[in-house]
Design a protein around this ligand. Structure first.
Ligand code: B12
Length: 603
């Protein structure tokens, strides 16, 4: 059994001096005289002071709210899409209560530094006016979440969002896991975030601090009790230490109804009275074509509508368009998903009398008791290590530096797994991990999987890495390559090209397997090949995930496939694991000859 040496302050916060949380909060609070919640189409249309007030009204009426996520690189296109999606849905009787703006990751950098940063697929807002154009585009609440809190531009972006009339601002979840390319200053990031939180807390109207748990550690915790414990820790920081209302979002990785509903019912207890922001669609269910993805959409909408009708928590339901696994959706696909939700709200009603919530409430109770244990163990462990857990700056930075995996390993609820040192047996398993495990096993049992096993040898090392936060593709590769019998080197998550090249050389990798999703495949591949060439290394690069980019001269703001360009550049685009096996068979012939076909795999 793995025993962890006790943590010390020097392990986590070795700096002799760090900013004081209380002072940062004060700096933010003092800015409230200059920066306060402004007017916008939503607040005007509904005569309310904040989205929280609106949500409480809808909860009392028993209305299930609708959330639409949208954002194209071109601002004018985003503004007109917001208006036209709202109107087209309203004509069909579907009311969009709120929009979530899918902002670009370069928004995380302060405005003065943005022009030369790598861009993804989202909107870039560069001034107060840009934010206001969106909040005036439709009478729905405008939620600015991605790349706001948790980044060096947190304060600047929060000022603009408040002035434009936004009363739900996020995304605390991203603070823990998202990284900006080429930028590593976590002290500056945390200081900017704490100041922004001080400004939010000092507003005379209720401004919700939104956290998408699945953007944060819920994507890496194997146990849903840790994910709920994370919500408790975040609430402690946001509400108890800072004095702002904390609004949870969850959903991407909750693929089956029992735990999806149980988690919502547990959150109702944790957030006592503060409405949730939204429940995100179970986006990982989208694996097929549009027709198949509609089944996933209907399945989680039924669970979410029922959950809201049985116990309203204020989470607007987010029907994710069925093109989700291809690229960012176009406006018609967003309209279709919203109309689908609206119709499902009628149809779901007939199911309510059939639901027996006993099983869900048993899971809820386990979640609640184990999650509070997790929270208490984390806080106790950090205090013992010499972290001031009453200082939001110290606590945030310590949680971020430790990382989700280490927090769960040290303080998770389940017992340690004798078969896998460092991992625990989840009390309420997160389905993503179970599904990745099943996908790895199914592949290894298949004919291409057997060929990969035959090719593998411990002296052949494959380095895996990701260009951005998406790490499930990498987890799958790690499991498959290791079980096939290769040595796997870790090139990291959100790694910069030069670091991946250096790690590949240092580990003597025979191939690099790169997973990329953010619409930066081509630029990243070019930089990686340059970095390898600078090191005098000729290591083949297999690349998979979402191989697309928005062309510089695009008038649709939609990304296009760049597989052919990646091939011309000299990398090996792989749509799936069988394609990777085929490539490796060509690239590692020596190993293939030495190893007789049909050899076994590592347990
Ligand atoms: C889960 C998910 C997330 C999670 C990631 C959690 C985590 N820690 O991993 C969260 C919620 C955090 C997230 C965040 C974002 N996401 Co996301 N996400 C997804 C989602 C739903 C699944 C992707 C995934 O992990 N699949 C699991 C893997 C195992 O399956 P797979 O993708 O089919 O992969 C197969 C192959 O491609 C292969 N593979 C993968 N990599 C490699 C590499 C090699 C070498 C090989 C051989 C094979 C291989 O393995 C699989 C088996 O065949 C997709 C949509 C979808 N349904 O696919 C969007 C998606 C990838 N995300 C997207 C976006 C835009 C984002 C954000 C930028 C949104 C935002 N504004 O905040 C952020 C990222 C921010 C950042 N800093 O990078 C877009 C990308 C758009 C594009 N390029 O066109 C997508 C397509 C959604 C969409 N339609 O808009 N996301």
């Amino acid at each position: 059994m793995l025993t962890h040496p006790p943590l010390t302050r020097a392990d986590i916060l070795p700096e002799p001096e760090l900013p004081a949380g209380r002072q940062l909060l004060d700096e933010g609070r003092q800015m409230a005289d200059l920066w306060s919640v402004g007017d916008c189409a939503f607040l005007r249309a509904h005569g309310c002071a904040s989205e929280a007030e609106y949500k409480r009204r809808k909860m009392a009426e028993g209305t299930v709210m609708q959330h639409a996520h949208l954002g194209f690189r071109d601002l004018q296109r985003s503004v007109s899409a917001t208006a036209s999606v709202y109107e087209a849905c309203a004509e069909r009787g579907a009311v969009i209560d709120r929009f979530g703006m899918c902002l670009d990751w370069s928004m995380g950098f302060p405005r003065a530094q943005r022009s030369h940063q790598t861009r993804g697929t989202g909107i870039l807002l560069n001034s107060d006016e840009d934010f206001a154009r969106l909040t005036q585009a439709a009478p729905a609440a405008m939620h600015f979440g991605d790349f706001m809190l948790g980044f060096p531009a947190a304060l600047e972006n929060t000022c603009s969002a408040l002035a434009a009339g936004a009363t739900a601002i996020g995304n605390l979840g991203q603070y823990f896991t998202f990284r900006l390319p080429g930028y590593t200053d976590d002290v500056e990031t945390t200081a900017a975030t704490v100041k922004a939180l001080g400004l939010i807390a000092a507003q005379p109207v209720e401004v919700l601090v939104h956290s998408n748990l699945d953007d944060g550690y819920a994507a890496v915790y194997e146990d849903l009790t840790s994910a709920l414990g994370q919500a408790m820790l975040e609430k402690y920081i946001i509400t108890d230490l800072i004095g702002a209302p904390y609004a949870v979002c969850y959903g991407h990785h909750f693929t089956e109804p029992l735990t999806r509903i149980a988690f919502q019912r547990a959150l109702a207890m944790v957030c006592d009275g503060v409405p949730g922001s939204q429940v995100y669609g179970a986006t990982v269910l989208y694996k097929g074509n549009h027709a198949e993805n509609y089944a996933g959409l209907s399945a989680y909408l039924l669970a979410d509508i029922a959950a809201q009708q049985l116990q309203p928590t204020g989470h607007a339901v987010n029907p994710v368009p069925v093109s989700e696994n291809e690229r960012i959706p176009d406006p018609q696909e967003i309209i279709d998903a919203q109309c689908h939700l609206n119709r499902m709200k009628d149809l779901a009603e007939g199911y309510l009398p059939l639901l027996n919530l006993q099983a869900a409430d048993q899971v809820r109770d386990t979640l609640l008791s184990e999650a509070s244990g997790f929270r208490d163990r984390v806080l106790h462990g950090l205090r013992e290590a010499g972290i001031d857990t009453s200082d939001p700056f110290e606590l945030l930075l310590a949680l971020r530096r430790l990382g989700g995996r280490a927090l769960e390993q040290r303080y998770g609820a389940g017992s340690q797994r004798p078969d896998m040192p460092g991992r625990r047996q989840p009390r309420v398993p997160a389905t993503t991990f179970t599904e990745l495990e099943e996908a790895a096993e199914a592949f290894l049992d298949s004919q291409p999987g057997q060929s990969l096993c035959a090719l593998a040898r411990p002296e052949v090392c494959i380095l895996t890495a990701t260009t951005d936060v998406h790490e499930h593709g990498k987890m799958l590769l790690d499991t498959v390559f290791a079980r096939a019998g290769f040595t796997v080197a870790d090139g990291g998550i959100s790694s910069d090209p030069a670091d991946v090249a250096a790690s590949a050389v240092a580990s003597g990798a025979a191939a690099i397997a790169l997973s990329t999703y953010n619409g930066v495949a081509l630029r990243y591949a070019r930089d990686l090949l340059d970095a390898l060439a600078q090191q005098g290394a000729d290591i083949p690069v297999l690349i998979g995930g979402r191989l697309n980019e928005i062309p510089a001269a695009s008038n649709t703001s939609l990304p296009v496939d760049v597989s052919r360009e990646l091939q011309e550049l000299g990398t090996y685009p792989c749509p799936d694991l069988p394609a990777a096996t085929q490539r490796l068979t060509q690239l590692l012939p020596a190993a293939a000859e030495k190893q007789p076909a049909g050899s076994g795999r590592t347990p």
